[in-house]
Each structure stands twice: as structure tokens, then as C-alpha cells.
Design a protein around this ligand. Structure first.
Ligand code: ATP
Ligand code: MG
Length: 578
């Protein structure tokens, strides 16, 4: 696998501009294959929440169907009763809808086909293509052989059809304990492809299923269920990730050995891997269960519920999937690419506000006590229709601690003793004195003066200031808790671990920083969870579900890096920063 700094390992055709999957579909349609139909499916197993990798699969499956006026089914791939639940099913439905996809009336379950799948198994037995095997787990593996060495036939391989029918009926009737027997396809124990060495079709699991209850104690295996479910639904393209490439001969074998109504085609594409995170439901579940994160929807999680709580938009995620494309070789995409899509979307669509993350008090000594005025501020310079709002300004303000330096380094253009800066949308102020805590020596307050002639942020005499900082009026500000996030893992590829190590060793101990005394402008009073903003200069933020009346909790969705770089450039050239 290649680690790309910028990702973008898409393989598109130079002539058509289409990725390889879309190219196949376009050619098939031209040739009239499947009568020109395009029917795909998105088949999650309801054993966890969906993550950004699933989003890639959804964008491909639903996207392809839409592009060709076709259909995409949402199918619960629910053949493993020990790990599946209806809560996960509901969460999956929510996530698919949230991402913007519509399955119409085609919400289906592999468990809908348990009867039909059982009949297909009987067909295989009757045709001499399947047998009941008495080998247990470890023996099965021993008989299977190694990749460079053929396997051995099961001692039960030559059972008669009658014997097999009888034993299979007794498996289904619950006569045998878990693992005591299995139904296997009779293919080729010497095949170079391990998947073809008489794979299991049914196993005994005396566990109730969240939908079928106690109706079954034998459950069909994935490799058997998947092609036959696809065929029953009339799927034309069964798109899956590259790990299944070696399973394709088996996929096709089942389609050819039972009587199915359609011949779907399996096509494999590269799964999404993202830097600084893991995309495996099993691992994500472990992080939740062991308390490394607060839940599936922890804003540091790569799950769709996590990204959503963090403030990511469906449009940004779809744009990201679009930009990374669909390729045939695995790579790791830089999470910065995803953040970039988020920034671009939010930059255009969310209002800008002023919020101070680490406040320090400013007193404007020459501003009259008790006076309040309202200054006009632009809600989003990218979108005039978003209008303006009025910011209260008064004698006492908060600014960012980091916007003051007692001893400023070169090229520091913000507040320092004797220095003049622009308060965004307001006035020029000059710092006269830094008041210190007599015990600790820490600067606790800045005494400043303002120039009343500079209202709106420009001096009539044309004098320039190089720094523009944000602020809020102390008497009007709302206190907020702000949660800042960093990558959940400190390593580019957390799965690449040293001998004896674990991906969890790579967890980033400072992935969450909580600031409890932030001060934000009053327009955020009563903001609903899910409301998104840009806090000028500090990033994009989203009101968290933990907010209550009187308690504002905000997540930083993503930093502002790119836009901030622009402001700094403008300041350096002495232009008013916008
Ligand atoms: P995980 O590895 O997270 O457990 P999975 O493949 O077991 O994933 P499923 O619920 O079976 O999860 O996945 C549903 C669909 O999403 C499958 O078609 C699968 O190929 C696709 N998918 C899962 N993970 C990714 C990924 N990282 N990139 C692209 N597609 C993915
Ligand atoms: Mg799976």
C-alpha cells in the first residue's frame, strides 16, 4: 500500500475521464449487457456504525445508480446473529439518509432470504455439490492445507445425497451443538485458491437472530449469501473492496451451480484508508467498549455519527469521496484532504462570528462607562445574501490571550505595550499597560485606549495598523465550553505497529482539549445543537448535543488554516483584512 501525502491515487481513463468502475458500466450499457440496467446495492452488516469508508462505498453505489437512472438497494447483510442488532440497523438507516441517499422501497435484509438460501443449499446437496462435514474448526483448517500445499479431502466428502439431506435436516432441527458439523460446497481441495477448498456454506449457531428469532439455528456464510442475495435482487454490479478479489471465483461458482434469476458481476475497488485513524468496525467498537472515546459519536471518531457531531456536512463528505475517486490499488489518503473539503463547504455556507477561546480582559480607559454601541459585522463575505448583524461594543472586552505579548518577537503585529491594532469591525486600540497578578506575575488585564475616529476599523488620516484581532464585549458575551480536537491517533498508520504492539498504542493522548471559559458573541445565545459557525481566526465550530439552555458547548470542526493564511498575507501587505 502506498502512503500518499496528498492522496489522489485515482485511476481515471485519460479519454473518458471515468474511473474504472464507471468505465466498465458505460461499456456494458453500450453493449446492451443487463438490458442496459444498472442496479447496485450497499450491503452493511448491522454490527456497528458506518464510517467514512462506508461513505466511499455509498457514494459509489448510490452515485452509479443515479448517474444511469438505475437503482440501489440498502441491504442489511445480517447472517451473523451474535454481533448484530436492530439499534445498528436504525443507526445505519439514519446515516445513509443523512449522507443524502435514498433507497426508496428497497430496504432489504439477507435474512429475508433465509428460506430461499436454505433451498439453494438443498439444490446443491441434491446435485452432489455440497456435503455435511463432521470436521471441527481446527480440523477443518488442518485439512485445508497451506497456500503452497494442497489440502486433503474431508473423510465425509463422499457421503450420499440421502445421507447429506438427512444430516442437513438434523442440523437445521437443532440436533447438533455449535460447530459439530457444517455444510460445505464440494469444489476442489487442491485449488490454488484457498477459498475454493470446499468452503463452508452453513454453520450451526444456536443463537437467536434479531429478526428471525429462534426460527433458525443454522446460518448461511457470507460467501454463499452474498452472490445469491445479489442474484435474487437482480443486482447487476456487486461492488466490493479488494480483499474480496480472491473470493470472486467462489461468488461466480455459486451463481453457476444454483438456479438463480440473474447473473450479477462482482467488481472490486480499493477500500478507503485514512491517515491517523482506523477504519474497521471491530476496532472502532473496541475503542468505544474500552472507553478510549466517549461513544460511537465521539467527534474524534471516523464514524458518520462522529463526523456529524463534529460538524462535518454531508456535502463535504460527498465532495471528498468525489475527489478521491475510485481506484484499483490500495492507498492511504491524507485526512487533510477530508478537512479541506469540509473547510471549502463551511467557508461558503456558515455564518462568521467572533468568539474568544482563551480570554483576557481589555479595559478601554477612554471609552465612557455604561455606554454601548452596535457595530455592523458581515455574516459571510463569500455570500452577500447572508447579510449583516450588529455587534455590541463597550468599555470592557475580551480578546485572545495569544493576541498580546509583553515582549513581542519580530513580525508580531498584535497587541504589545504601546502597540496599536484594529479590533475587527470596531476601532483601533492602543495598549497602554499590562496589569499583572502580583502573586504570579501573570498578565490578567490590558488597559488600552481607543481612537473614536477609527469606527469601522479605518483611520481617516490613512494610518495603517498591521494587526486585526477579534474580541467580544464582556458584558454581552456568552460563556461557552469549547472542545478542540486533534487526530485520534498520533501515527499516520496506526495499524502499522511494532512486534507485540497494538494499534491502540498509537492513540494520541492529547486528541481532546476542553476549554471551559470561552467567550462568544451574543448571537450564539440559544443556538441549536448542530448549528455551524466560523469563529473568525480560530476555525469552524458546531454546537454540540451536550448544550442545554444556559450551557453552550461547541466542538471545533476544523481549523481555519487556509483562510487564516490569506488574512495574514493581507495584513502583511497593509491591506484591511477581510
Ligand atoms: P469493516 O472493515 O469496517 O468492519 P466491513 O467491510 O466489515 O467493514 P460492511 O458492513 O460489510 O463492513 O461494509 C459494507 C460495505 O461497505 C461493503 O460493501 C464494504 O465493501 C464497504 N466498505 C467497508 N469499509 C470500506 C472502506 N474502508 N472503504 C470502502 N468501502 C468500504
Ligand atoms: Mg463485512
Amino acid at each position: 500500500m502506498t502512503d500518499t501525502a496528498t492522496g489522489g491515487a485515482t485511476e481515471t481513463s485519460a479519454t473518458s475521464g471515468l474511473d474504472f468502475v464507471r468505465q466498465i458500466v458505460a461499456e456494458d450499457r453500450q453493449a446492451g449487457k443487463h438490458q442496459g440496467r444498472v442496479h447496485t446495492r450497499f450491503p452493511p452488516e448491522p454490527n456497528g456504525f458506518l464510517h467514512i469508508g462506508h461513505a466511499k462505498s455509498m457514494c459509489l453505489n448510490f452515485g452509479l445508480a443515479t448517474e444511469h437512472g438505475g437503482l440501489c438497494n440498502l441491504r442489511m447483510d445480517d447472517t451473523n446473529p451474535t454481533t448484530e442488532s436492530v439499534e445498528y440497523v436504525r443507526a445505519i438507516e439514519d446515516d445513509v439518509r443523512w449522507l443524502g441517499f435514498d433507497w426508496g422501497d428497497r430496504f432489504v435484509h439477507a435474512s429475508d432470504y433465509f428460506d430461499q438460501l436454505h433451498n439453494f443449499a438443498l439444490q446443491l446437496i441434491r446435485a452432489g455439490h455440497a456435503y455435511v462435514c463432521d470436521l471441527r474448526g481446527s480440523q477443518v483448517s488442518e485439512y485445508r492445507g497451506l497456500w503452497n500445499e494442497p489440502g486433503r479431502n474431508s473423510p465425509n466428502r463422499d457421503r450420499t445425497v440421502e445421507e447429506n439431506l438427512d444430516l442437513f435436516a438434523r442440523m437445521r432441527a437443532g440436533e447438533f451443538e455449535d460447530g459439530a458439523r457444517s455444510l460445505r460446497a464440494k469444489i476442489d481441495m487442491a485449488s490454488p485458491n484457498m477459498n475454493m477448498r470446499d468452503p463452508a456454506i452453513y454453520r450451526i449457531r444456536r443463537v437467536p437472530h434479531y429478526r428471525t428469532g429462534d426460527a433458525w439455528c443454522i446460518y448461511p456464510m457470507y460467501d454463499f449469501t452474498h452472490p445469491l442475495s445479489d442474484a435474487l435482487e437482480g443486482i447487476t454490479y456487486s461492488l466490493c473492496t479488494l480483499e474480496f478479489e480472491d473470493h470472486r471465483p467462489l461468488y461466480d461458482w455459486f451463481l453457476h451451480h444454483v438456479d438463480v434469476p440473474a447473473q450479477p458481476q462482482q467488481i472490486e475497488f480499493a477500500r478507503l484508508n485514512l491517515s491517523y485513524t482506523v477504519l474497521s468496525k471491530r476496532k472502532l467498537l473496541e475503542l468505544v467498549e474500552e472507553g478510549h472515546v466517549a461513544g460511537w459519536d465521539d467527534p474524534r471518531m471516523p464514524t458518520l455519527v462522529g463526523l456529524r457531531r463534529r460538524g462535518y456536512t454531508p456535502a463535504a463528505i460527498r465532495d471528498f469521496c468525489d475527489r478521491i475517486g475510485v481506484a484499483k490499488s490500495n492507498s492511504r489518503i491524507a485526512v487533510a484532504q477530508l478537512e479541506d473539503s469540509v473547510r471549502q463547504d463551511l467557508n461558503q455556507h456558515v455564518p462568521r462570528v467572533l468568539g474568544v477561546l482563551r480570554p483576557i480582559k481589555v479595559v478601554i480607559e477612554n471609552y465612557p462607562e455604561g455606554q454601548v454601541e452596535h457595530l455592523e459585522a458581515v455574516n459571510n463575505p463569500e455570500d452577500e445574501t447572508m447579510g449583516t448583524r450588529r455587534l455590541p461594543f463597550s468599555r470592557e472586552l475580551y480578546v485572545e490571550q495569544s493576541d498580546f505579548r509583553e515582549d513581542p518577537p519580530r513580525k508580531y503585529f498584535r497587541l504589545a505595550p504601546g502597540r496599536e491594532v484594529r479590533l475587527r469591525y470596531a476601532y483601533f486600540i492602543t495598549c497602554r499597560e499590562a496589569v499583572k497578578d502580583p502573586e504570579t506575575g501573570e498578565v490578567v488585564e490590558l488597559r488600552c485606549t481607543y481612537d473614536p475616529e477609527t469606527r469601522g476599523g479605518y483611520a481617516p488620516d490613512g494610518r495603517k495598523v498591521r494587526g486585526t484581532i477579534h474580541w467580544v464585549s464582556a458584558a454581552h458575551a456568552v460563556q461557552a465550553e469549547v472542545r478542540l480536537y486533534d487526530h485520534l491517533f498520533a501515527k499516520l498508520n496506526p495499524e502499522n505497529v511494532d512486534e507485540g504492539g497494538d494499534y491502540k498504542d498509537a492513540l494520541n493522548p492529547s486528541s481532546l482539549e476542553t476549554l471551559t471559559r470561552c467567550q462568544v458573541e451574543p448571537s450564539l445565545v440559544g443556538a441549536e445543537p448542530g448549528s455551524r459557525y466560523q469563529f473568525e481566526r480560530t476555525g469552524y465550530f458546531c454546537v454540540d448535543a451536550d448544550s442545554r439552555e444556559g450551557r453552550l458547548v461547541v466542538n471545533r470542526t476544523v481549523t481555519l488554516r487556509d483562510a487564516w493564511a490569506r488574512i495574514e498575507k493581507a495584513q502583511a501587505s497593509g491591506q484591511p483584512a477581510t
